[in-house]
Design a protein around this ligand. Structure first.
Ligand SMILES: [Mg+2]
Length: 156
């Protein structure tokens, strides 16, 4: 059994394009957000356990997940810091005891760093504002890099 932990912003939908950069939380802006094409179908038709770990305001992140029609994903952990992302990964691993755990996200210093600290299968999606950021150290270097989140199907 495989566990796939997704980041939300700029991983499952194009936050940079659809909401903007450094925009304060604004419910009007997230009303019509849409996931990257094909990702919902991919998650629903695959055998892995999907989870979302995302940083931000709990109600705001939950509203995005609902508006993206991703609320069929049962394990959603909303945290305030990158350190808590790591703790959330550990919590999910304890819950499911998977053979393999993938962490999929766009930020080298965020989920990629934390996933590598736990020796998980890290997958960097080159989308949004961080697409051209170079890793600052080995922990920020993802094991895999993909251009579009649906490419995870080739890795899992
Ligand atoms: Mg992100």
């Amino acid at each position: 059994m495989k566990l796939v932990i997704f980041d939300l912003d700029d991983t499952l939908y194009d936050k940079t394009k659809q909401v903007g950069l450094d925009v304060p939380d604004n419910y009007d802006l997230i009303q019509d957000i849409t996931p990257f094409p094909g990702i919902i179908e991919l998650i629903k038709s695959s055998n892995f356990i999907p989870a979302i770990v995302t940083k931000g305001n709990s109600d705001y992140q939950s509203t995005k997940i609902k508006n993206l029609n991703l609320d069929f994903i049962k394990d959603v952990l909303i945290v305030n810091t990158n350190e808590e992302k790591k703790q959330s990964f550990q919590k999910l691993i304890r819950k499911y005891n998977p053979d393999k755990t993938f962490v999929v996200g766009d930020r080298p210093e965020g989920e990629i760093y934390q996933g590598n600290k736990l020796s998980l299968e890290t997958v960097r999606v080159l989308t949004g504002r961080y697409a051209n950021i170079k890793p600052k150290n080995d922990f920020e270097k993802a094991k895999f890099e993909i251009k579009n989140v649906v490419e995870i199907k080739e890795l899992i």
